[in-house]
Design a protein around this ligand. Structure first.
Ligand SMILES: Nc1ncnc2c1ncn2[C@@H]1O[C@H](COP(=O)(O)OP(=O)(O)OP(=O)(O)O)[C@@H](O)[C@H]1O
Length: 303
């Protein structure tokens, strides 16, 4: 398998609207490595769905190149589509049939063995509820059934567009566990979401976009970087804050000290006879990385 499962170069999509031209995707270079969960992150309207639709041949690119498993798409899409599962819109299931019956019908229609149904039900954690009617399912269970449906053909790449949309915290956690398990089993998952902090918990690598453009990409650990701030506790916080400020540190509210050198904090406080009771590294999350990258500008599509 090529190193990159998804690759786009200079990808662009313009829509003609009554108000003129809308650029939904702008010079996007996306590189998704094989294996693990890759977050495709950006606020509402930043171009995630449009990009996914172009990759899957559901929308035509205005310019740029796309490759899936090294094959140029849409030209060679038929040769790779069998290796791809995608949940882009809510699939249609029969409400009166059970989840299992729905999956069995689907399996038959694509020539997958019934053992694939057992495996898919198990992977998404629907065992025990698979014989209940679809209409009795919670939104989270319906979403997991949608993922199970894509697993029937044992895809090597799974594309999930905002799979936790509209779910409650318990539903979000269940989907997250399902996705994590899939990533660990060797499937490459492209997970689009606008909830950055939530996605951070499950992704190994990520691409952050805004206004259809790539803002940052790479392993999540590298994106969030090492700790650049430490939370300090001391018996007299005001005195500690004064000493640290005088020593040249930037001190934010709640005794949050911006530094990558915790020993220097200890030295400065100890030198002034202040003995700290806590020194905790504060890791940035993807959300703060995103806010830094965009400085709060509107990141929907540009017109
Ligand atoms: N068919 C269309 N015609 C005109 N504009 C469109 C069309 N589809 C999408 N857009 C616009 O393109 C931009 C990107 O939309 P897209 O749905 O790709 O963003 P997104 O990042 O997936 O957002 P969300 O998280 O809300 O789904 C938006 O401004 C949207 O209004």
């Amino acid at each position: 398998m090529p190193e990159l499962v998804i690759e786009t170069t200079g990808l662009r999509k313009e829509f003609s609207t009554r108000r003129g031209r809308r650029i939904a995707v702008d010079q996007l270079d996306l590189a998704v490595p094989a294996g693990g969960v890759h977050g495709f992150l950006g606020p509402n309207g930043s171009g995630k769905t449009t990009t996914i639709r172009m990759l899957l041949g559901l929308a035509r690119a205005t310019a740029g190149e796309m490759r899936l498993f090294g094959e140029p798409v849409p030209h060679r899409l038929p040769s790779v589509i069998g290796r791809i599962g995608a949940v882009v819109e809510s699939p249609k299931f029969s409400p009166h049939f059970s989840g299992r019956q729905n999956l069995t019908l689907l399996a038959r229609s694509i020539g997958a063995p019934t053992t694939a149904v057992d495996a898919a039900v198990d992977t998404v954690g629907l065992t025990g509820r698979d014989k209940d009617r679809f209409k009795s399912y919670s939104l989270g269970m319906k979403q997991r059934l949608a993922i199970a449906a894509t697993l029937l053909k044992e895809p090597q790449l799974l594309i999930l567009d905002e799979p936790t949309n509209g779910l409650d915290p318990a539903g979000i956690r269940e989907i997250r566990e399902t996705i994590r398990g899939l990533g660990e089993s060797g499937v490459t998952v492209l997970l689009s979401s606008h909830i950055l902090a939530e996605v951070q918990q499950v992704c190994t690598s990520a691409t952050i976009i805004g206004r259809g453009r790539m803002l940052a990409s790479g392993p999540v650990d590298e994106l969030v970087g090492t700790s650049t701030a430490y939370r300090v506790a001391a018996p007299d916080p005001d005195a500690a804050s004064r000493v640290l400020t005088e020593a040249g540190f930037t001190v934010r509210d709640g005794l949050l000290v911006e530094t990558s050198d915790p020993a220097a904090v200890t030295r400065a406080l100890g030198g002034a006879g202040i003995w700290l009771t806590e020194l905790t590294p504060v890791r940035r999350d993807l959300e703060s990385v995103f806010l830094e990258l965009t400085s709060g500008t509107e990141m929907g599509a540009s017109e």
